[in-house]
Structures are given as C-alpha cells and as structure tokens.
Design a protein around this ligand. Structure first.
Ligand SMILES: [Zn+2]
Length: 142
C-alpha cells in the first residue's frame, strides 16, 4: 500500500470515527451518566463474549479447542503467526455472525459514548493506538 492511499484510508477512518461519535452523542439520552455508560460498556463486552460462547455451546458452528501456544524457536513475528493458534475450529454461521456483529456494534456505541462524556475524540484514540501498534509491533501482543 503506498503512502498516499494509506493516508487517505486513515483520513476516511478519522472522519468515520468523528461522525460515529457525533451520532452516538445525539442518541446518548438514556445512559448520559458516566456510570451508566461505563457499566453498559462493560455489559456490552460481556455480551460479545457470551455471543461467541453461545456460538460454540448452543449453535455449534464453531468449536473452541484451547491448548498452550507453541512458541517458535525464533522470535520473528512471522514464525509466531505460523505456529500460534486462534483456538477456533470452524466459522461462525450467518446467525451467530449477525449476533456477534450486533454485540460488537453495541460495544462500540458505549465506547464512543464514554469518549464523548469524558471529552475524548474517538478518532484521536484510534490514531494513537494505531501508532502504538505500529511502533511496538510484536511486543504489543502481550
Ligand atoms: Zn452459529
């Protein structure tokens, strides 16, 4: 990806984040208190986890098979990507995908709400985190 296209992507994402936060602030009526927003944010995170768990335990479209990650002999990120596992077998079915997607969206709503209530710009946070991930690379994984 060349720098010009990459820069355009960041700009579009920034505009999207700003617009999304503005939209959330317009609908932020019922949970205007920071305590409501914080607890709804935490609840929405739990609902994402529950939706993924239900995909495995109720639907069965995915299986979660957990074991200790095998560390590669080298510390090269490409070797770690090759030897590490997501622990997910299968793919979310359309129904489970819809449920998980809706819960992730709800989580984003409350993230934007908390940003709004505390005077943060979601766009700034996304940009700063992107820069941190780029700078830290492999070391961000822990
Ligand atoms: Zn499913």
């Amino acid at each position: 990806m060349n720098t010009e296209i990459q820069g355009l992507g960041v700009t579009v994402l920034g505009e999207f984040c700003t617009e999304f936060q503005h939209t959330v602030s317009e609908y932020l009526v019922r949970h205007r208190s920071i305590l409501d927003a914080l607890t709804k944010f935490q609840e929405s995170c739990a609902k994402v986890n529950r939706a993924v768990a239900k995909a495995a335990t109720t639907c069965g479209c995915i299986e979660i098979n957990v074991s200790k990650q095998k560390m590669p002999e080298s510390l090269l990120i490409q070797d770690f990507k090759r030897t590490s596992s997501t622990h997910i077998d299968g793919e979310l079915c359309e129904h489970c995908k819809d449920v998980v997607e809706a819960e992730l969206g709800n989580n984003l709503f409350y993230l934007a709400a908390i940003c709004q209530l505390l005077g943060f710009e979601l766009n700034d946070i996304v940009n700063k985190e992107r820069e941190r991930v780029s700078a830290l690379g492999f070391f961000k994984m822990g």
